[in-house]
Ligand binder design. Structure first.
Ligand code: SF4
Length: 767
């Protein structure tokens, strides 16, 4: 049967001319340099620049639309097609893939204009657009078309195989049933909402309390929509790798029931790489010839089907001596469902360009979506610090010498930063202007670091990566200052200066990325208040909010409010009363409890009061805790030989993403309302939200603070049979504006003494 395909010239050439080795560089830096060179050179050209072309080719009864944009085109008796490429060194001959691009465009020009011959020109440019070397040739129409069709035939084989897979997949999706025997309360309604959002190309913002079985209820309708051609790939995005467990289980169940979709996981390079070194054939044996060996591994995986988890990818990468990370990236292009970190979608320097640049039909399922704001804000913020640059300069001076352009670029930026005079010598940020020269110098440093990356001369690789991680976000942010979504902040500490281009609102960027795709579903147990979260996450009028009630009996959690002031100025005065309350809670019933404090300082203040009476029960969080300490903490709470009292900080390691079901945790106390520490960054954000949404404090402070409270309070009830108490300590919980941000299923008690729900309390209520 005849099939229709569509491919860009760039994709076709990348498909037909894969590299052999993995080499460093590339990515956004090369793209930025390449674009700068193009822009500069195109200004000097006569004729048309960035001219769009599209032609249909019919091959073996199948239609392929080839499209793209020529860098430059000049019409005439002998039309000229010019491809421009950025280069660091003058090549002896044009690269085959660059010539191939020009050949494809020239063939399309022949078909469009009916001409017999075309002049092809491949120009190599320096970053400033100056011509380094140019290669010209004149080619005949027949030869150009024959060559282009030969490449299209290579692609057609692959495209037909993929179309066959999609047919099988869609047939399996039509027959697919919900992966559990029955829908839980609310799951069916949620599934409907997700399906409708995808069908109507909307964003959905959903508040889904613990226990609603959200992974399956979100994935199932998305897959059904895929089977009906309503969406392309599904990206399941998480903020932590551990959050992938539940969607992977749901997908494995569906595969066991006949689903024939390809499912893969993308984990960070640092976690997959067996020996992190320079990704270069000279340094890493897996980088040499990686792409020559990769197709055999991919074929084996395609035959095997199933879930391509880290273990599967690592094992086959070992077998074929491949780079596991590069293999994992390749698999994302073949998979129907990809589980990966939020950053691979929203961080401009980590985004999977191979998917986002070429696809506009994907659905993003964003789990624990309350993390999205901070994560995107962080990736869009750029910061330079003269003290940090000085350390890198010292290291570079020792190995490269002071005359090296990289050393000089570091010096120029460092000295310019230090010459700035922010108003106060404090450790706090101040709003100031930014001289344009800083961007020029940062760009030059970035260029020198990229050059060194290609040919390292003794500078530690990590130093170069770190420098690029400083320069790229800074330049990216600098280009967006006019949006009003940034604050320029300076800080002075002794001789050193820091400048931060702080992202105040990432809503525009989140809206841009999700708006380019079929749909996005943001969901979390604490995505509240929903309408406000929709605004903060870039949602519009047309987008939809949906909330499910908690599936657990509300009687199982007793919530108490204690009206002490925990404001900064009152903390010393109320520490003793808070300690007394903790003692009352701990003695109310034998079991494990956690108290969450707004800061380590407050925690220590109260800890001093508890040391004497409760010393042996205390488990105290410290800022230095690592993975092992975290495990020890969990083990202690799993051991029921004696009751435990955890003292932790709100928003920290133990206030989110931890499961202590049953008797492992029977009570929690949250001290304060979670407001962020006042700072210049915070007040700039508040001002921006005031402009955007009206109530700056509410959006910048109260909402994120209360989300932390909900996360911490949500640790107590993790299953239908859990029972426990929650004590909220702060007089602000009595104010309607704070009470409105607490979940409807938290039932407040007025008794003076703390009592626990019993096994019969729910039944008693029914009687
Ligand atoms: S195996 Fe590691 S060092 Fe080698 S190419 Fe892959 S990520 Fe780079």
């Amino acid at each position: 049967m005849e099939k229709a395909f569509r491919i860009s010239v760039r994709e076709l050439v990348a498909f037909c001319f894969p590299p052999q080795d993995i080499t460093p560089g590339g990515g956004l830096t090369d793209m930025l340099l390449g674009s700068a060179a193009h822009r500069a050179a195109q200004k000097k050209r006569d004729g048309e620049i960035e001219k769009s072309l599209s032609r249909l080719f019919i091959l073996e009864d199948n239609t392929i639309e080839l499209f793209g944009r020529m860098d430059a085109f000049a019409d005439g008796d002998l039309p000229l097609v010019e491809e421009m490429k950025h280069c660091k060194h003058s090549p002896d001959a044009p690269f085959a893939e660059h010539r191939a691009q020009a050949v494809c465009y020239a063939a399309m020009v022949c078909l469009e204009k009916g001409c017999d011959r075309v002049q092809i020109s491949i120009s190599y440019l320096a970053a400033d657009g100056e011509l380094v070397r140019r290669f010209d040739e004149t080619a005949d129409r027949d030869a150009l078309i024959r060559q282009t069709e030969a490449w299209l035939r290579m692609y057609l084989q692959f495209a037909l195989r993929e179309a066959g897979h999609r047919e099988n997949r869609d047939a399996s999706l039509k027959a697919l049933r919900f992966p559990y025997p029955a829908y839980r309360d609310g799951q069916r309604e949620l599934a409907k909402q997700v399906y409708t959002a995808i069908s109507r190309k909307r964003r959905l913002f959903a508040s889904l309390p613990t226990g609603t079985g959200k992974s399956a209820a979100v994935l199932f309708p998305a897959l059904k929509a895929m089977g009906e051609g309503k969406t392309g790939r599904i990206l399941y995005l998480t903020a932590r790798n551990t959050a992938r467990q539940s969607p992977l289980e749901a997908l494995a169940r569906m595969q066991a029931q006949g689903l024939r979709a390809r499912i893969t996981v993308l984990t960070a390079k640092e976690k997959l790489c067996p020996a992190l070194t320079r990704c270069h054939p000279d340094d890493c044996p897996r980088a040499r010839g990686h792409y020559l060996r990769e197709s055999a591994a991919v074929e084996a995986l395609l035959k095997q089907g199933g879930l391509w988890t880290d273990e599967v990818i690592l094992s086959i990468a070992d077998e074929h001596r491949l780079c596991p990370f590069e293999l994992a990236l390749t698999l994302t292009e073949l998979a129907d469902v990809i589980l990966m970190d939020l950053n691979y979608a929203f961080d401009p320097f980590a985004q999977l360009k191979r998917l986002f640049r070429t696809h506009r039909d994907m659905t993003l399922l964003i789990d624990e979506a309350h993390h999205t704001l901070d994560r995107v804000r962080e990736s869009l913020t750029g910061e330079l610090d003269s003290g940090t640059l000085r350390e890198y300069r010292t290291a570079a001076g020792k190995t490269l010498g002071r005359r090296h352009p990289y050393y000089k670029a570091l010096s120029a930026l460092l000295n310019t930063l230090r010459a700035e005079e922010p108003p106060a010598d404090t450790d706090e940020w101040r709003t100031e202007e930014m001289p344009d020269i800083l961007c020029t110098l940062t760009g030059q440093l970035q260029e020198e670091a990229v050059s060194l990356l290609a040919q390292p001369l003794g500078v530690p690789l990590q130093d170069l990566f770190q420098i690029l991680r400083l320069c790229m976000p800074f330049l990216y942010a600098a280009q967006r200052l006019s949006t009003g979504d940034y604050a320029i902040l300076w800080r002075r500490h002794g001789k050193e200066r820091s400048i931060c281009l702080y992202c105040l609102s990432p809503a525009g960027e989140i809206a841009r990325i999700t708006g380019q795709q079929q749909s996005a579903v943001f969901f979390s147990a604490t995505l509240s208040p929903l309408e406000s979260m929709k605004q903060l996450l870039g949602g519009g009028e047309e987008d939809v909010c949906f909330a499910l009630p908690s599936p657990f009996p509300p009687e199982n959690l007793r919530v108490y409010i204690c009206g002490l002031s925990t404001r900064y100025r009152d903390r010393a005065d109320t520490a003793q009363a808070v300690a007394g309350l903790i003692g009352d809670m701990f003695r109310s019933k034998r079991g494990n409890y956690i108290v969450y404090f707004p800061s380590y300082a407050y925690l220590r203040l109260v800890q001093l009061q508890l040391e004497e009476s409760l010393h042996s029960a205390l488990w105290v969080q410290t800022p230095q805790m690592d993975e092992n300490d975290r495990e020890a903490f969990f083990e202690a709470f799993g051991d029921d030989s004696s009751p435990r009292l955890g003292l932790c900080v709100l928003g920290g390691l133990f206030s989110e993403g931890i499961d202590l079901p049953g008797n492992k945790l029977i009570g929690a106390m949250v001290v304060g309302v979670g407001l962020p520490t006042p700072s210049q960054k915070q007040s700039a954000m508040q001002q921006r939200y005031e402009e955007l949404f009206g109530d700056g404090f509410h959006f910048a402070s109260r909402i994120p603070g209360m989300q932390k409270v909900l996360q911490a309070g949500g640790r107590v009830i993790r299953s239908e049979t859990d029972r426990g108490v929650l004590i909220l300590v702060d007089d602000r919980y009595r104010q309607p504006v704070y009470r409105a941000l607490l979940p409807a299923h938290w039932q407040f008690r007025r008794e003076a003494a703390i009592t626990h729900p019993t096994e019969t309390s729910a039944k008693e209520k029914q009687v």
